[in-house]
Design a protein. Sequence first.
Length: 307
Amino acid sequence: MVRHFLKDDDITSAEQAEIIRLGIELKNSPYSRRPFEGPKTVALIFDKTSTRTRVSFAVGVADLGGAPLIIDSQTSQMGGKESVADTARVLERQVAAIVWRTYAHSGLEEMAANSRVPVINSLSDDYHPCQLLADLMTVQEHKGKTAGLTIAYIGDAANNMANSYLVACALAGMHVRVAAPAKYQPNADVVTKARAIAEQTGGSVSLSQSPAEAIAGADVVTTDTWISMGQESEKAQRIADFAGYTIDANLMGQAATDAIFLHCLPAYRGYEVSAEVIDGPQSVIWDEAENRLHAQKALMVWLAEQG
């Protein structure tokens, strides 16, 4: 049966570790696996603007021997004159995989339900699982492991990044601490899911409104923009709401002395993180950005082999 990757727990803890190991292997030997040799075509659909996702997937497909077909939804019939289900039935006959950066997660579920080739969520309103594969690969490289480490996520937790951090890091056996203002706490159902996963992997999940409490002794520190795409009109209110949540040198100094800092980018220096932290010696954001390529290649190879 075809496997899809729509959310972080569409794979098991062991499968997650396998994909991360493969990502490190492909980083060291970029052209050693060629599942799309032919070349086979992979559809890369974008409803949202993109830099890292577009580049990393396009380069990744080419590295794996394939041809990336970039489709901007504004210039296609999908979701307008043609349903997502019908689009899936057309694409599955012509491409080896479908990668979609979109809004509603339900669209990805409809695409996967009607596709006999793997569908990959390259970002939705609910989850950003490919980013987490890259993040966990970066943690593995810098720390030698993921299980047992503590990760602190500070800032806006009512978004797709927080959802994926909770679920993916729980799968990896990490202790996930989230600090966010009361009105920006994570989705309760996602927290319940993450806690259930953590019980099986030896991890844990804790929530608070205190950045200092979350970051104390943490091995990994991360955040996301306070003003996501489509929230520009809320900028002034959000900046006020997140006062005290900027990860600056003082706050970062409360993490473990060898803690690393992650950010999925784009970053807004002076808001969710200070320049001295994101551009400082503990920041590994450029390794993290590069690892989008290697982790996603590993995911595509793994999904191709499952089929």
